[in-house]
Unconditional design. Sequence first.
Length: 92
Amino acid sequence: MWLAAYGATGGMLTTYWDWMFKDTDNFWFAGFMVGLAGLFIIGLGVPWYLLLARSFLIAVLWGAWCAILSNADLEEYGRGFIISASVALLLF
């Protein structure tokens, strides 16, 4: 299950859904989908509502982070940090 969640997260990180949003990167939706990639670990006993809360948290933080900043490198580091830090939410 962890391997499937890892692969799905990697897959979600390869797109910012610009094909769906008129050639504009949508970090709000992309963040939500990155969070949903973790749904595979429900089979390991992680409650679905924690995964859904993490998805919304990532969506809001990614969207706000990228709306505030204009430095692409700093945005990437921040998005990576948000993904890693949000894993702590799953430990409760």
